[in-house]
Design a protein. Sequence first.
Length: 288
Amino acid sequence: MIDPIFLAEAAINGTMLGGILALLALGLNLIFGVIDIVWIAYVDLVMVCMYVLYFLVQVYGWPFWLGALATVAFGAVLGVGVHLLIISPILASPPVNQLLATGGLLFFLQSFATFLWTADHKSVRFALPSWELGGIFFPATRLIPFAISIVAVIGLYVFLTRTYMGTAIRAVSQDREAMALMGASPQRIYLVTSAVGGLMAGLAGALLTFQYSVHPFFGNQFGPLTFMICVLGGLGNMVGAFVASFVMSEIISIAGVVWSTEMGYVIAFVVFIVMMFVRPGGILTRRS
C-alpha cells in the first residue's frame, strides 16, 4: 500500500513539472500554428540555452538572474537565426523536406555540442531552501520554475490577445488569408513568432537548470514528450497544449511513484495512443 502522502507529493510535483512542459509545448505549438512547420530540434535549442546559462553562471561568475535574462534573450536571437538560416529557405518545400531540415539541425546541435563540451553532464549549483507542509516537501527548485512558467504563460496569453502583433499571429494561425486582409507582413509575423518561440525555449532552458543537468542529448529526454503533448493537445491548439502538458506530467509523476519512472513514460505513451484513436484532433476537439 502506497502512502497517500507520497501520491499527493507526486501529484504536486507533476503539476510543477507541467508548468515547464507547458512552456515547451506552447512555444513549439505557436511556431507550428503560424509557420506550419514542426521544429523537431526545438528542445535541442533549449539544450543550447542551458549550456549558455551554465557557462555564464558557473564559468564566468554571472549572477543567476542576469545569466537567465541573457539566456532568454539568446533564445529569442537563436529562434530568429534558425528561421532565417533554415526555415525561411524551405517554407515552400514539401513537408518531408522541412522535417529533414529540422531533423538535420537536431543531429547537428547534438554532435556539435558533444564536440565542444563532451557528453559530460553539467549543472548549475543552487543553494535554495525547501519547505515542508503536512509531510509534503516543497523545494524552491520546483516552486520557483513553476511560478515563473505560469507567469510566462499568462504573459504569452496577454501578448496574443492584447497586442496588434499578437492578434496578427492568432489570425494567421486560424486563417492565413486573414493576414492579407489585416495588411500584415508575412515575413515579419514569421520572424516575431520565431523570436517568441525561441524566447520561450530560452526561458524553459533557464528554468530546467533548477532541476536538471545539461548534456548534448538532453533533447532526447524532453523532445519526444514535448512533441507528444503538442499532438495530444492538437497541433496549433494553444489551450489544448497547455491542458495536455499537465495531463501527461501528472501521469508520469504519479505512475513513477506507483511503479517506476520508466513505467510512467510507458503509461503516458499508451494514453497518447488511445487518445489519438478517440480524439485524433486533440483532447479538446469536439467529436462530430
